[in-house]
Design a protein around this ligand. Sequence first.
Ligand code: PRP
Length: 218
Amino acid sequence: MANNLFVSGHPLVEHKITQLRDVTTDFRQFRSIVAELAMILAYEATADLATQPVEVLTPLTTTAGSKFDARVGLAPILRAGLGMVDGMLSLIPQAEVWHLGFYRDEQTLQPVIYYNKLPKDLSTHTCFVLDPMLATGGSALAAVDILKRRGVIRIKFVGLLAAPEGIAALHGTHPDVAVHVAAVDERLTTAADTADGFPPGFIWPGLGDAGDRQFGTR
Ligand code: PRP
């Protein structure tokens, strides 16, 4: 559903995502760029959140202002989504962090959940699912399924790179979930790419494995 896909065209985003793609970017640089991109995308993805009118006293007089007091939950998908949390929190410090641990089974590419730290009361929050990579879409879809089953109504996905296949999968089941990303790449790798040494299910041309590249476990 193209009208619920937001690809940042910001020059700083395009510059930084190019740095992330660069194989010579080391993991310290990679981590800090992921955090910077998360902050910029947080700015874009929160543009429609509600504010409350307030009155503010300036040194000269009182005037009308507004207060951003939305209840926000950040749901980083471990591991790679962790790197986006601090960037988001720097703009939305009142947000709660709801960790969800998934890994992809290397054979089936299906997400396997191993950790779930959702709080009890979350139905009034706007939730941002955080994961740098939307590849097959399986992990994001599973995260959104869990959140909706727990009563979350407003969910957005914030990532760095998406494959068209992942966007189609997520929006095929959850067209209401806005997808905010830095870039949409060409495709996923397939079995045909394994001859060149690339495992299937990776975003192409992509940036490699965002978890390994952030945490130095390549
Ligand atoms: C990667 C990535 C996403 C998922 C995307 O995680 O960070 O979570 O795969 O793939 P999908 O859209 O096909 O589900 P990975 O399984 O490598 O785990 P890690 O972050 O712990 O390395």
